[in-house]
Design a protein around this ligand. Structure first.
Ligand code: ZN
Length: 476
């Protein structure tokens, strides 16, 4: 027994030593990139964004029509605000979406598409009083520009146009053909906008180097323990599906309730789904993120990140690397003393890379395991995106652009839970990168589709500078 304890003690000591060695040898990757002086941004750029915010280019729902006066108004405004772009680039309008082609001189280089979208989500009328400035005013208060589109996503439409206009002004003749693609219905899936633009390019026989879109940001102070900003270039997005669970029973009078009450049974189904979560798992892009991020963290977190063989499951949980299960809607019942004959609930799933919406459906049916409950899909069934190459030349260009302008930022590839318009380009572009340097903090993150959407004036200038530098770098 004594010998056993001694052996156990030695084993534990060796294990602790191993964990510590892994931790101490876990060091940050050095970046050799030299800083560049950012392009000067004139104050008129702010006015141009303010004016663009004032067009109410709202996407309500798939069945409602876009407001043509607002969209056409915005198109016309852009034409006057960016004269060189409109004189020198080829423009194509498809429905209310815009595609610009900036012809390059070297046809051996595959084109790149800079993407964004012109539409915004509606504003909940009840929240108007909570806004610092009206949501379609573009007003500047305390060095912030307010309004729908300042985060998502007119901000990058305008910043891209500013950068191209300034590049034309500086006499840039691109080697690589660049497209600017601005959809008009991203907020309701992009099936008419981005999908038509991508289809048009496909018909022209275009094969792309990559597309660069929204969906990854400069994250400030949101990773516990990380005292640097993190630039997340998202290389993949989860899939999306919502299933409705509808139960049908004989109902009855509430004075004599059956043991399998309609609402109770539906509640059991939901509880089963919540307590039978999809397993967390590791995928290479998350492993890479852990490798990049870990050395910058305080000791305890660094130790966990350096020893994923031991702490991996906790980290995967923190990174939310599984198909998530979220009950989002429920309805049933008409009167307080009547057991309803039907009730229904909606559960939304964000489908993890490597899994499918069909597998989710199977999981739901098997887990609920109740013949009275019918399961139907009530949303688009978007499969998870392919994972783009985070070692590619174009990824490195985006990474280098960030490092040139934001020297103390940790750049990492990542996986995003939400969807973007990039899915429509999958057949013509192997790689899709989702990033522009909006500075997301814990206090402004609620502005996405929420109250007080805004951008700091300085941050808007940084975004223009980013696109300007990116355009130069794409031409080297
Ligand atoms: Zn968006």
């Amino acid at each position: 027994m004594k010998k056993f304890l001694k052996l156990l003690g030695l084993g534990l000591l060796a294990l602790a030593l191993f964990i510590l060695i892994k931790t101490f040898t876990f060091s940050a990757e050095e970046s050799e990139v030299a800083q560049v002086k950012p392009q000067e941004v004139p104050d008129e750029a702010l006015t141009r964004l303010q004016k663009a915010i004032r067009f109410k280019t709202i996407s309500y729902s798939y069945t409602s029509q876009p407001d043509s006066a607002e969209f056409t108004g915005l198109h016309n405004y852009l034409a006057t605000a960016f004269p060189l772009v409109h004189a020198q680039l080829e423009k194509k309008t498809i429905q209310y979406s815009l595609l610009y082609k900036w012809q390059g001189t070297d046809n051996t280089l595959k084109p790149v598409v800079l993407m964004s979208h012109l539409d915004v989500v509606p504003v909940d009328e009840g929240t108007l009083a909570d806004w610092e400035a009206p949501p379609f005013s573009g007003d500047i208060k305390n060095e912030n520009i307010y309004g729908r589109g300042t985060m998502d996503d007119k901000v990058s439409v305008l910043a891209i146009l500013e950068a191209v206009e300034a590049s034309l002004q500086a006499g840039l003749k691109p080697k690589r053909t660049l497209y600017l693609a601005f959809g008009h219905d991203e907020e309701i899936g992009g099936d008419r906008g981005a999908a038509s633009l991508a289809k048009y390019l496909e018909e022209q026989g275009v094969k792309l180097e990559c597309v660069i879109d929204e969906g990854g940001y400069l994250v400030d102070g949101m990773v516990p323990g990380l005292d640097k900003s993190m630039a997340v270039i998202n290389v993949a997005e989860k899939g999306y599906v919502s299933f409705e669970l509808t139960i049908t029973t004989k109902g009855g009078h509430s004075s004599a309730p059956p043991s399998d009450n309609t609402i109770g049974s539906l509640a059991v189904a939901i509880t089963k789904l919540e307590s039978n979560q999809f397993p967390f798992k590791s995928i290479p892009v998350i492993d890479r993120q852990i490798e990049i991020l870990g050395p910058h963290l305080p000791f305890i977190q660094k130790m966990a990140f350096a020893n994923t063989w031991l702490f991996g499951s906790k980290i995967q949980e923190a990174f939310n690397t599984h198909t998530s299960t979220a009950p989002t809607m429920i309805k049933g019942g008409v009167k307080d003393n009547v057991i309803p004959t039907t009730a229904s609930a909606v559960v939304n799933f964000r489908v993890m890379t490597g899994e499918t919406t069909e597998e989710v459906l199977k999981h739901v049916v098997e887990t609920v395991n109740d013949d009275r409950i019918k399961v139907t899909s009530i949303s688009n069934r978007n499969e998870p995106s392919p994972v783009s190459d985070y070692e590619s030349a174009s990824y490195k260009i985006i990474e280098r652009t960030v490092q040139q302008l934001f020297p103390d930022v940790v750049v990492t590839p990542g996986l995003i839970g939400g969807g973007t318009d990039t899915k429509h380009y999958e057949s013509i572009s192997e790689n899709a990168y989702r990033f522009f340097p909006y500075r997301v903090t814990s206090s402004n993150v609620t502005g996405f589709h929420g109250i007080n959407e805004h951008i700091a004036v300085n941050n808007y200038k940084e975004i223009i500078q980013f696109y300007y530098q990116l355009i130069q770098n794409l031409n080297e």
